[in-house]
Design a binder for this molecule. Structure first.
Ligand SMILES: Cc1cc2nc3c(=O)[nH]c(=O)nc-3n(C[C@H](O)[C@H](O)[C@H](O)COP(=O)(O)OP(=O)(O)OC[C@H]3O[C@@H](n4cnc5c(N)ncnc54)[C@H](O)[C@@H]3O)c2cc1C
Length: 803
C-alpha cells in the first residue's frame, strides 16, 4: 500500500468511486481510495438502482441529469456494462397541487434542456397500461428515467479511476484520521498509515463514525428502506417493451420492471431510523429482516393503483439502510474550519446524484470552486447549532415527506422551534406566523383576529396575502418594524481590517461613518456574497450579509485568513435589533434618541444612544424606503423593542415579516441572496457590477475575471417584468419565452402589494432586450404576458430612500 497520496478517499461505495474517478478526470492521478471490505459494501450493493432527474432544486436536477448522461461515458471508457435500462418514467399526479408541482417542474426543465412532457390519463394508460388511472389528473414523463446495475456501475467508476492513475485498496479499514500541525493528514488504517493533503469522507453508512475520527459531526442519519421484487407477471413479460418506471407520490411508491416481474419500493409513513447510536462496523453484506407491517398501508394503496400486483407472488424482499441529511440533499464540500477535510456524504440517491457529487467535489478540490451553485448540497448549509437531536427528527420528516408535494412557501414543522431571539414570545403573542431560516425562527407575517396561524402551502397566492398587504401598506404609508436578526453579521477589527476587506470585497470600503454595498467574488468572478460594509472607525467594521450563508461565508473568510493585524468575529446571534422603514421612520428614530438625526444621510452609520442602549444605526433599508437598521447587544433587544414600539405608536408603527419584506424589495427590483445573487451568476449579469470599485488599486479576489467581463459584457442580463398573472406569481426558474422560444428564466418574483402588480426578475439574452420586446413567462403551465419594466415603478428618483 502507498504511504503517501495527494488525496485519500475513505469509502468505496458509488459516491467514493465517483469522487475518485472525477479527480482523475480533472487531472489528479496521485489519488487513492481505501475501502474496509469489497467495493459496494455499504448501501450501494442493495440499491434498487433507479435514477431520475426530478428534484425541487434546479442545480440538483441539473447534476442528476449530468449523472445519468455520464453512464454511457463510463461504459465507453471502461468497456464495462453499467446495466443501463433507459426506459423512461412517469410521476403521477392525482390532485391539483401535485399537478401544479409537475407543471412547475416541466416549466423549469424547458430552459434546462430536459425533454420532459406532461401526459394526460389516456397517454399514461397507453404508456404504462398496468396503471389504474382512476383519479389521475396527469403525469410528468421523463425519458431519462431508468435503472442500472449498482455493483457494475460502481466497478465501472473504479476502473475508470484506475485508468486515470488512481489506486484502490480494499479490505483496509481506516481507524483514525489525524491532522498534523502543518494541516496535512495521517490516515491510519489497519494495514498502515497514509500521509495525505486531502481526506474525503465518503463513508456512506459509516460517515458519522468516520467524521468523528476527525472531530467532525455530520448531520446525517440512516433510515431503513424496503423494496419488493415480484414473481413473473404475464402483463409484464408479454409486453414487447420494458415497462417504464412509475413514481406514485400519493402511494409513496416507486415501481419498475425487474426481469419478468416488477420491483416496487416504498417511502412509508411508519418509517424507522436505523442504528441511532452508530453504525456497527460488522454490518455490511447482510439485509434487515423483512417488515411487511410497516408497509401494509402502502401495499394496499399499490394494489389499487397497480392491480396486477394483487395476484403477483413475492420473489424477494430487499430491506436495507441508507443515509439522509435533514433536508434529503447530499452533504458535500470542505468542512468549515478544517483544512483538507472534505465531505461526500448523505447521498440518498447515489445513482441519480453520485456523478454530480463527484464532479462538484472534484472541481472544488482541483479548481478551488465549482462551475455551479452548490448551496443545496453544501455541507456548510448547516451551522454549528446542528446536533444529532436535530438531525434525527428532521431526517424522519424528510423520509416521510419524500413524495409529498413540496411548495415554495412551505415551512416544515419537525425540530422547531430550535433557535429563537428574545422577541420570540412577544411576536408569538402578536400573532406571528413563523418560518425558519438556518435553524432560526423568523416571522413570515402577523395574523390578526380570526386569521389562521398557519400559511396554507400553495403554488398560488396563499392565505398570507391580506396580512402581507397590510404590512406593506404600513411600511409605505407610516413606519414598519422588523427584526434584523436574520442577517449574518461580522465584526472586523484591527489595523489590517481595511486592507483585508479591500482584498475580499470587490466594492469600495467606505470611510468612517459611511456604508457601502459590495459583491464578494470568487477567483472566477462568480458572486459568492453581497454585503453591506459599515465603517465604524478606521480600524473597526461591521459587515452584514445573508444569515443562512454564515458557515459558507465564514469558511471563505477563514480560508483567506485574517492575519495578526485583523480579528474577525461572527456576531450574527449576539448583535441584533430592528429595522424601521417607511416615511415616518426618521420621526420615530428622532423620538428615541437625544441626538440630532436630521443630518444623517443615506448610507451613513453612527453609534447612537437609543433608549437605554448604545446602538449601531445605519441608514439603509432593503424595503427601498426611508429606513434605518438599529443593532444592539442581543441582551438588550427587548429593551430596544420597548422603546421603539412605545414611541412608534404615534407614527402608526406596525411589525412586518419576511413576506412583506420580499414584496417590498420587488418595488425597487432589489435582488436577493440565493435568488439573483449566487455563484451561478456574475456581477455584470445581475447588475452588481455597479458596486464594483474599478478605481481602487487593490487586486481584489475575482478582479481579473470581473475586468474581463467588463470589457466583454456577458450575453445575459437581469431584467424586471410585470407579469399578467392570475392567482399565481413567479417563484423562481420559470422559463421566459421570447419570440416563441424559451430564451431565459426567472430568478425570483412575487406580488408587489404596493404597486398592485405581479413582478418577475429574470435573466434573458442582452441582445433581445428592447422596450417593445414580446415576452411571456410560463407560470404553472399558463403563458403569462410579460412587459419589460425599464426602471422601478416606486420612488424612481430615490427621493424616499435617500431624501
Ligand atoms: C433498499 C435501498 C434501495 C435503494 N434504491 C436506490 C435507487 O433505486 N436509486 C438510488 O439512486 N439510490 C438508491 N438507494 C440509495 C443508495 O444505495 C445510496 O444513495 C448509495 O449507495 C450511497 O452510496 P455511498 O457511497 O455514499 O455509501 P455506501 O454505499 O454506504 O458506501 C460507503 C463505503 O464506505 C466504506 N467505509 C466506511 N467506513 C470505512 C472506513 N473506516 N474505512 C474504509 N472504508 C469504509 C464502507 O465499507 C462502504 O463500502 C437505495 C438504498 C436502499 C437501502
Amino acid at each position: 500500500m502507498k504511504t503517501t497520496s495527494r488525496v485519500v478517499v475513505i469509502g468505496g461505495g458509488v459516491v467514493g468511486a465517483s469522487v475518485l474517478y472525477h479527480l482523475t478526470k480533472l487531472g489528479w492521478s496521485d489519488v487513492m481510495l481505501v475501502e474496509r471490505s469489497e467495493l459496494t459494501s455499504g448501501s450501494t450493493w442493495h440499491a434498487a438502482g433507479g435514477f431520475h432527474t426530478l428534484n425541487g432544486d434546479t442545480n440538483m436536477a441539473a447534476l442528476q441529469g449530468y449523472t445519468i448522461n455520464l453512464y454511457k461515458e463510463l461504459e465507453e471508457i471502461t468497456s464495462m456494462s453499467c446495466g443501463l435500462h433507459h426506459v423512461g418514467g412517469l410521476t403521477l399526479a392525482d390532485n391539483q397541487d401535485r399537478f401544479d408541482m409537475l407543471l412547475a417542474e416541466r416549466a423549469k426543465h424547458r430552459y434546462m434542456g430536459l425533454e420532459t412532457e406532461v401526459f394526460g390519463p389516456e397517454q399514461i394508460k397507453e404508456f404504462a397500461p398496468i396503471i389504474n388511472t382512476d383519479g389521475i389528473i396527469g403525469a410528468l414523463y421523463d425519458p431519462l428515467d431508468g435503472h442500472l446495475d449498482p455493483s457494475g456501475t460502481t466497478h465501472a467508476y473504479a476502473k475508470a479511476a484506475r485508468l486515470g492513475g488512481a489506486d484502490i485498496v480494499t479490505h483496509t479499514k481506516v481507524i483514525e484520521t489525524n491532522q498534523r500541525p502543518d494541516g496535512t493528514w495521517d490516515v491510519v488504517t489497519d494495514k498502515g498509515t497514509i500521509h495525505t493533503e486531502h481526506v474525503v469522507n465518503a463513508g456512506g453508512l459509516w460517515a458519522r463514525e468516520v467524521g468523528a475520527m476527525a472531530g467532525v459531526y455530520l448531520p446525517l442519519h440512516p433510515m431503513e428502506h424496503q423494496y419488493i421484487v415480484t414473481d413473473e407477471i404475464a402483463e409484464i413479460y408479454e409486453r414487447g417493451t420494458e415497462h417504464p418506471h412509475v413514481m406514485d407520490p400519493s402511494g409513496e411508491s416507486y415501481l419498475r420492471q425487474e426481469g419478468r416481474g416488477l420491483c416496487i419500493g416504498f417511502y412509508e409513513q411508519p418509517c424507522r431510523p436505523w442504528a441511532v447510536d452508530g453504525t456497527p462496523w460488522d454490518f455490511g453484506h447482510e439485509l434487515l429482516p423483512d417488515d411487511f407491517d410497516k408497509i401494509e398501508d402502502s401495499i394496499a394503496f399499490a394494489y389499487k393503483r397497480f392491480p396486477v400486483l394483487e395476484t403477483a407472488g413475492v420473489k424477494s424482499v430487499i430491506h436495507g439502510p441508507f443515509t439522509f441529511a435533514p433536508d434529503g440533499n447530499p452533504l458535500v464540500g470542505p468542512i468549515p474550519g478544517l483544512r483538507g477535510y472534505w465531505s461526500a456524504c448523505g447521498v440518498m440517491a447515489g445513482f441519480s446524484q453520485g456523478g454530480g457529487v463527484g464532479l462538484m467535489l472534484a472541481q472544488w478540490m482541483v479548481d478551488g470552486e465549482c462551475e455551479r451553485d452548490t448551496s443545496a448540497m453544501d455541507v456548510a448549509r448547516y451551522g454549528r447549532w446542528i446536533t444529532p437531536g436535530y438531525t434525527l427528527p428532521k431526517v424522519i420528516e424528510n423520509y416521510q415527506t419524500r413524495f409529498s408535494v413540496s411548495y415554495p412557501n412551505e415551512e416544515l414543522p419537525a425540530a422547531r422551534p430550535l433557535r429563537t431571539t428574545p422577541m420570540y414570545d412577544a411576536f408569538d403573542n402578536m400573532g406571528a406566523v413563523w418560518g425558519q431560516q438556518y435553524g432560526l425562527e423568523v416571522v413570515n407575517y402577523f395574523a390578526e383576529g380570526d386569521e389562521p396561524r398557519f400559511e396554507t402551502p400553495s403554488f398560488r397566492r396563499s392565505n398570507a396575502f391580506d396580512a402581507t398587504a397590510r404590512e406593506v401598506a404600513a411600511v409605505r404609508n407610516a413606519v414598519g418594524i422588523n427584526e434584523v436578526q436574520n442577517f449574518g453579521k461580522y465584526d472586523v477589527q484591527g489595523p489590517g481590517a481595511r486592507a483585508w476587506l479591500d482584498r475580499l470585497m470587490a466594492g469600495r470600503i467606505p470611510a468612517p461613518g459611511r456604508l457601502s454595498l459590495t459583491p464578494m467574488l470568487s477567483p472566477q468572478g462568480r458572486i459568492i456574497g453581497d454585503f453591506t460594509v459599515s465603517c465604524l472607525s478606521e480600524t473597526h467594521f461591521q459587515i452584514t450579509g445573508s444569515y443562512g450563508a454564515q458557515a459558507y461565508h465564514m469558511r471563505w473568510f477563514m480560508s483567506h485568513e485574517p492575519d495578526g493585524e485583523v480579528t474577525l468575529d461572527n456576531v450574527s446571534d449576539r448583535r441584533t435589533g430592528f429595522q424601521i422603514a417607511g416615511p415616518r421612520a426618521r420621526d420615530l428614530l428622532q423620538a428615541v434618541t437625544r441626538e440630532d438625526v436630521s443630518d444623517m444621510r443615506f448610507m451613513d452609520v453612527r453609534q447612537l444612544t437609543i433608549g437605554l442602549s448604545t446602538a449601531i444605526v445605519q441608514r439603509v433599508s432593503y424595503t427601498g424606503d426611508l429606513g434605518y437598521e438599529i443593532y444592539v447587544d442581543a441582551m438588550e433587544q427587548r429593551a430596544l423593542w420597548q422603546v421603539l414600539w412605545e414611541a412608534g405608536q404615534e407614527f402608526g408603527i406596525r411589525p412586518f415579516g419576511m413576506r412583506a419584506m420580499m414584496s417590498l424589495r420587488l418595488d425597487k427590483f432589489f435582488g436577493s441572496w440565493g435568488r439573483e445573487f449566487s455563484p451561478d451568476y456574475t456581477p455584470a449579469e445581475t447588475g452588481l457590477d455597479r458596486f464594483i470599485s474599478w478605481k481602487k488599486d487593490t487586486d481584489f479576489i475575482g478582479r481579473a475575471a470581473a475586468e474581463a467581463e467588463r470589457s466583454a459584457p456577458p450575453e445575459r442580463v437581469s431584467v424586471a417584468f410585470e407579469i399578467e398573472a392570475e392567482d399565481a406569481d413567479v417563484n423562481a426558474y420559470e422559463p421566459v419565452w421570447i419570440d416563441g422560444k424559451v430564451q431565459g428564466f426567472c430568478t425570483s418574483g412575487g406580488y408587489s402589494h404596493h404597486l398592485g402588480k405581479s413582478i418577475a426578475l429574470a435573466l434573458v439574452p442582452r441582445a433581445l432586450v428592447s422596450p417593445d420586446m414580446k415576452a411571456e413567462v410560463e407560470v404553472l403551465g399558463n403563458m403569462c404576458k410579460a412587459t419589460l419594466l425599464p426602471e422601478p415603478l416606486f420612488d424612481q428618483s430615490g427621493a424616499r430612500m435617500r431624501g
